[in-house]
Ligand binder design. Sequence first.
Ligand SMILES: Nc1ncnc2c1ncn2[C@@H]1O[C@H](COP(=O)(O)OP(=O)(O)OP(=O)(O)O)[C@@H](O)[C@H]1O
Ligand SMILES: [Mg+2]
Length: 254
Amino acid sequence: MTNVLEVEDLCVRFAGLDALKDVSLTLAKGQILAVIGPNGAGKTTLFNAISGYVRPTSGQVRLAGENIAGASPHEIARHGIRRTFQNGGLFPALTVLENVLTGLHAQTSGSFLDVILGRSQALDSERAMIARARDLLSLMQMEKMADTPAADLSGGQQRIVEIIRTVASEPPILLLDEPAVGLSPLARDQMMQIIHRLAGETGTGILLIEHAVELVMAGADRILVMAAGQRIAEGTPEEIREDRAVLEAYLGHA
Ligand SMILES: Nc1ncnc2c1ncn2[C@@H]1O[C@H](COP(=O)(O)OP(=O)(O)OP(=O)(O)O)[C@@H](O)[C@H]1O
Ligand SMILES: [Mg+2]
């Protein structure tokens, strides 16, 4: 399987605290790797270090063999690592379709000016972008909401649109920090299904931080378990369920 992302011995030190210590992982095309662990385990720090929001003290983040550790968030996004944030922020007054289009515009070389000036190639790509945005919305069963202002969506629907917007440019790698937090159990299951469909149909490799263990046991291909800045286990859900170190350190029993 092709690895889209390789992280090797990544370390982050904050004023004497090892927030991340020698964490390594690989992510394959279309794979969902869940990151679990107690509060303060270093999960968000791992995402920040991969996506450039925190500068790693040492270690590598490799995309197609190229080490991009320490590059700016903008540069890393250009290399194809996209992420969502906990309080994502859609444009509330724009419709769902328009919000998704902002993700596609961020990707294309044709400028808004080209579109305004009616340059034909840009117009064609504008039409193509709208078609692409509609496809993504229907993939996520959100096509009926295309013309609804983002402000009128439920919290869960907003998060789904944010994910669609982030994947609209088909990034090879997507980092989701607790996308299902605060959702009802039913909506959480739907969110996992959507993430699954996304990985399967676009080939995006997904790193997913999620606190609900039963959700990742059912929905992730592999699970990375962290505690106190370190990787304590990594494997399939079945392997993690059986892992003594996980049971002792994380689940609190053996
Ligand atoms: N910018 C920072 N400066 C100093 N310490 C930080 C910073 N960011 C995180 N930390 C510390 O690093 C450790 C790991 O934090 P992190 O936010 O990565 O944990 P987490 O696994 O995401 O936790 P949670 O499940 O609560 O979101 C914690 O002890 C935290 O206090
Ligand atoms: Mg966190």
